[in-house]
Design a binder for this molecule. Structure first.
Ligand code: TYD
Ligand code: ZN
Length: 411
């Protein structure tokens, strides 16, 4: 722990560094198998801090946003059927409870490939997606979604209001924690939301990350890990109040937050604010313990891989996730221990993982390879992936590693 010149992005309090991950690549920046590209690979010094005042957990120095979100973004959310279903339920609830008037529309910040807005297209309900990566915007447009490419801020919101009016619902799932300049987002929301509108945010929940020791949620794009206390502090600066929260087990534990101009507060909000106090989310010491837990996860997995490799076992991975970039780079696990990683995303297949340069192969071929062990890097989608591969007749032993090594036969 040492003091730094950095200030909390939410409340401007002084920050001290809690965890130093060393040099890291951009997690979703998968590389072409080309020497020149590999040689010039971008890396940044990833250090984290927590604000002792508001509990905001953040990466202190984040790469330029244009390096992370551009025309070669590789994360396409609709690859997962279970996530698609999750957002269909949310879409139905919003259509039923919030979209009442002819002029009401829903704006999705970080609309990606349209995983959420597809529900609004199917029900012919007015909507607008905003995303900073042109390739995913184009993908969503091909599904009939009304989307624009850009960084969400005051200027963008002013132009949206001119062309479309104010939004009844602003939703942002698994995106707010990607945006370093969180005040720019709030300035935009402040202008764009109708007076009786609702803001719904969902992303990984800090106490879950601490409990599981799932430090993999921290990477360049995930430059915040939010909780009730830090979001409440941020939104109240713009007179938005946290009305309710809902907890989900997805992505290793996520929280959905509801904000409006109304000051009403549910019992759930009180419950989770109390929990955050209890587990000391804002204390440096909590992160010292978390760091020890994280190193243990790395060491146990690396030792397991080394031992099995020395016995001549074949080992691959499943899910070229952004999470795994933090794990592999922090633990220094590369192609000498893991032969390849299977993934279903066309934009990932044929590339190599950032920093560790492990080849990514087409998941549809996985069933033919019969690896002795398969490290489940997409552990958050375990049920969906293992059920699919069981049906495919794949033979392997699945390896989970958070919080402990757990082996499961695939059939
Ligand atoms: P995800 O866990 O959403 O995470 P992250 O945010 O850490 O990148 O990524 C899941 C990855 O797994 C994604 O690259 C798609 C891939 N995937 C498959 O290859 N097969 C599948 O059946 C599913 C559901 C996902
Ligand atoms: Zn703060």
């Amino acid at each position: 722990m040492f003091n730094s010149a950095f200030k909390c992005r939410v409340c401007d309090n002084n920050l001290s560094i809690t965890i130093d991950f060393g040099l890291m690549p951009i997690a979703n920046n998968l590389l072409e198998q080309n020497y020149e590209v590999v040689k010039s690979e971008y890396k940044f010094h990833m250090q984290t801090a927590v604000c002792n005042k508001c509990g905001c957990f953040q990466i202190v120095k984040v790469p330029d946003k244009n390096l992370m979100f551009n025309n070669t973004y590789t994360y396409f959310a609709s690859q997962s059927k279970s996530m698609t279903h999750h957002f269909q339920i949310l879409g139905d609830s919003i259509m039923k409870n919030f979209v009442k008037d002819e002029s009401d529309y829903v704006l999705d910040l970080g609309s990606n490939d349209g995983i959420f807005l597809k529900n609004f297209v199917d029900n012919e309900i007015d909507h607008l997606g905003v995303d900073a990566s042109e390739n995913v915007v184009n993908n969503s447009k091909s599904k009939g979604i009304n989307a624009i490419c850009g960084f969400f801020n005051k200027n963008l919101c002013e132009s949206i209001i001119k062309s479309k009016g104010k939004a009844k619902v602003i939703i942002s799932t698994n995106t707010m924690h990607h945006i370093e300049k969180c005040h720019e987002v709030l300035e935009g929301m402040d202008l764009l939301l109708k007076d009786d509108g609702m803001i719904i945010i969902e992303d990984p929940y800090l106490p879950d990350m601490l409990k599981l020791g799932s430090f993999e949620q921290i990477y360049a794009e995930h430059n915040f890990i939010w909780c009730c206390s830090s979001y409440k502090t941020l939104f109240e600066k713009y007179s938005f109040f946290l009305n309710d929260v809902e907890h989900f087990s997805i992505h290793g534990g996520s929280m959905r937050y509801y904000f409006s101009r109304n000051k009403e507060r549910s019992k759930s909000v009180d419950k989770y604010l109390a929990l955050e106090k209890n587990i000391k989310v804002a204390d440096d010491l909590t992160y010292e313990n978390f760091k020890i837990k994280s190193e243990e996860v790395c060491n146990k997995l690396k030792n397991f891989l080394k031992e099995e490799k020395s016995k001549g076992k074949r080992i691959c991975g499943y899910g070229a996730t952004a999470k795994s970039s933090t794990l592999l780079n922090f633990a220094k696990i590369d192609g000498s221990l893991i032969e390849c990683i299977y993934d279903s995303t066309p934009a990932k297949i044929g590339k190599i993982t950032p920093g560790t340069h492990i080849p990514i192969k087409d998941a549809s071929k996985f069933r033919f390879e019969n690896f002795d062990y398969t490290i489940l890097f997409a552990w958050n989608l375990k049920n969906e992936i293992t059920a699919k591969e069981k049906k495919n007749g794949a033979r392997t032993t699945w390896v989970e590693y958070v919080p402990e090594i757990k082996l499961t036969n695939a059939n």
